[in-house]
Write a protein that binds this ligand. Sequence first.
Ligand SMILES: NC(=O)c1ccc[n+]([C@@H]2O[C@H](COP(=O)([O-])OP(=O)(O)OC[C@H]3O[C@@H](n4cnc5c(N)ncnc54)[C@H](O)[C@@H]3O)[C@@H](O)[C@H]2O)c1
Length: 254
Amino acid sequence: MRSHEGRVVLVSGAARGIGFAIAQGFAGAGAAVAILDLAEDAVIHAAGQIAAEGGTAFGIAGDVGDFAAMRAVVTEIEGALGPVDILVNNAGISPKHEGRRHEIWEMEPEEWRQVMEVNLTGCFNLARLVTPGMKQRGQGSIVNMASVAGKAYCDFVGVHYSTTKAGLIGFTRHLAGELGPYGITVNAIAPGRIDTPLMRGVASAVNDAIVEATPLRRLGQPQDVASAALFLTSAAAGFVTGQTLDVAGGWLMS
Ligand SMILES: NC(=O)c1ccc[n+]([C@@H]2O[C@H](COP(=O)([O-])OP(=O)(O)OC[C@H]3O[C@@H](n4cnc5c(N)ncnc54)[C@H](O)[C@@H]3O)[C@@H](O)[C@H]2O)c1
């Protein structure tokens, strides 16, 4: 039997990049996967690709920052696939302007607000909606996508981004404590530099310098992060909670 046979997994920001690799990984491990992302055509395309590979996937569009919309989305997913066993809070944004961050003195309050809403409030919204069912069933797992930028200074991301990723590490630790007594594990992943469309938003010299500073001397692949998400939600990690696992090739290790 495959490791996640029969489980229902909700992955946010799953139409591309790390989220898509995670959805593919779970589908390959036997789970039914809900692919949540902003655009209707993108989620249909991503779910179609997973179905073509023999997996079970349900695409649904919505903005994680919108609580009312997420309530409807979770209801629809549970109607289609059944109760959510695993939530992967992956959707995140890191605004750049011609390949560079805005420094704090030039950042618009609206941009700050938007990053908070997607990267932090979006994770609260989905966790808020799936935990009543998990608590009732006495089992569940949540994985939050943090970043090494939440633990160490990165000179190419904005202050809003690092703040949300540091916040997610605290969110993870807190929820692990609160939900542990109900059989629910909560962990975070802190990726280093992973080769995705988000990462290509900066000048290529930035990525070259990171490879140079990474002990394993390469960029991460989305599948490297997917493997960690599978592990953290598997029976093998049944006694692991409240942890943040770096998937960074040793870059910025602490
Ligand atoms: N790529 C990296 O180097 C890296 C490093 C550390 C952490 N991360 C984190 O990993 C996660 C995924 O990153 P990625 O590199 O795959 O990014 P990406 O930009 O390639 O993909 C992110 C996906 O999230 C979706 N999304 C954005 N806002 C949304 C919203 N409001 N509601 C629903 N979906 C939304 C996007 O449409 C996109 O499909 C993010 O949380 C990111 O911060 C990435």
